[in-house]
Design a protein. Structure first.
Length: 411
């Protein structure tokens, strides 16, 4: 028997930056895009960037840059070209005409692929399929011919691998069917959440790949899938946790990301209800990331968009074990100080300044931890106990007599 390994798909990345955007920031965004691509098992073979006041209405990039890309793919054949923005249908058609058999993906389609790959439960699979069809519908004219020559692979998992007819009514009917199916699932979820109303609910939120699932594992002492890939968690996980005889529900939720597709937010309404209806949010941040402050803003904006921007929040700066303060922060403090001992002191001062800065902005509480190394987890646990206890006695003054052991709160 002649068995051959499946060839790894390859991608070329393209990003258009505004005139004000720095080269460093553009490179950082491309690195994130490459991480998304790697999550799908696709190899990045190159990237192109261009500064434009506005993306070209015809091909997103300018004519000169388009010729550069065409020259590159002649010498370096690729399976797909992925743009770090959403493309309008006419841009995709024009790009497909320029690049013939190379698949053209935008950022939303890429993220939809990852969600399709990661979804495990019937609910999340239905949510992703609905988002895929909603993405597809306005692009219907080109998607059918485009998908017919994909032969599977990255580009449109799920509905893209089925035999798709060119009738808009069929897609409309499918969207209606999936919405109806999700509505029934939502009713079941509402019933479960009503049962859980006897306990305070704490939700882990944050940018993707900041360590939420690892922290969930530490706090709940259960096995939750955690991996150094974007969107390792798509399905919500709910567990009953007891600290100092105080029970509460802890939820690990899907991570947010820059330019999260609108149709995903809409179709994941039921999943995001876990965040909307939480009593306390643990906003987990990767403090080792060079742009953690921007990631905080992205998460806060998404929380506000889904109606959860005013929840009591603990800002949990994670990955403290690999955190290296920015050089400019050291330079500011070390003008008159030197030596290894002083560096440690400086790091503590920087963390304290960071803490005070975010407390002054919006966060109710700030904690620095390493979930991986279990550093400062006792401090976080105690803070959670205090907050949950406060909520219990305000909202559920008679919780000790509620017979909580008779209810199954997990999923």
């Amino acid at each position: 028997m002649n068995l051959t390994a499946k060839k790894q798909e390859t991608a070329l990345l393209v990003a258009v930056a505004s005139q004000k955007q720095t080269l460093h920031k553009t490179r950082e965004y491309l690195d994130e895009l490459a991480f998304l691509v790697a999550t799908l098992g696709v190899k990045t073979v190159g990237s192109f960037t261009q500064k434009l006041e506005y993306p070209d209405h015809r091909t997103h990039v300018g004519k000169g840059k388009l010729e550069e890309i065409k020259t590159f793919v002649i010498d370096n054949p690729v399976d797909m070209i992925i743009f770090d923005d959403d493309l309008i249908p006419s841009q995709v058609r024009n790009l497909e005409a320029e690049f013939k058999d190379i698949k053209i993906l935008d950022r939303s389609l890429l993220i939809l692929n990852i969600f399709a790959m990661r979804a495990q439960s019937a609910q999340s699979r239905t949510q992703v399929e609905l988002a895929q069809y909603q993405y597809m519908y306005p692009r219907l004219t080109r998607m059918w011919s485009h998908l017919s020559r994909q032969k599977g692979g990255v580009g449109m998992r799920g509905p893209g691998e089925k035999e798709l007819e060119t009738d808009r009514r069929i897609v409309q009917d499918r969207i209606a069917f999936l919405k109806d199916k999700l509505e029934k699932i939502d009713k079941q979820s509402v019933t479960r959440r009503k049962e859980r109303n006897r306990l305070v609910r704490v939700a882990l939120v944050g940018y993707t790949n900041v360590g939420k699932s690892t922290l969930m594992r530490r706090l709940a002492k259960v096995e939750v899938f955690a991996e150094n890939k974007l969107f390792a968690t798509v399905d919500s996980t709910v567990r009953k946790v007891v600290f100092e005889s105080i029970p509460f529900l802890l939820t690990d939720t899907v991570g947010f990301i820059r330019k999260l597709p609108t149709m995903l937010i809409e179709s994941f309404k039921s999943t995001l209800d876990e965040v909307r209806e939480a009593d306390i949010l643990l906003h987990v941040v990767d403090i080792s990331h060079p742009s953690f402050d921007e990631q905080i803003e992205v998460v806060n904006a998404t929380l506000a968009e889904i109606g959860a921007g005013d929840k009591p929040t603990v800002l949990v700066f994670n990955k403290l074990d690999i955190y290296q303060p920015r050089e400019e922060a050291f330079d500011e403090v070390l003008e008159t100080d030197a030596g290894e001992v002083m560096v440690v002191q400086t790091r503590e001062k920087i963390l304290e300044q960071l803490k005070q800065g975010y407390l002054a902005k919006k966060a109710d509480h700030v904690v620095f931890i390493s979930a991986e190394q279990k550093e400062n987890l006792a401090e976080l646990r105690q803070l959670i106990v205090d907050l949950v206890k406060e909520k219990h006695f305000v909202i559920y003054p008679n919780w000790l007599n509620m017979g909580l052991n008779d209810v199954d709160f997990t999923e």
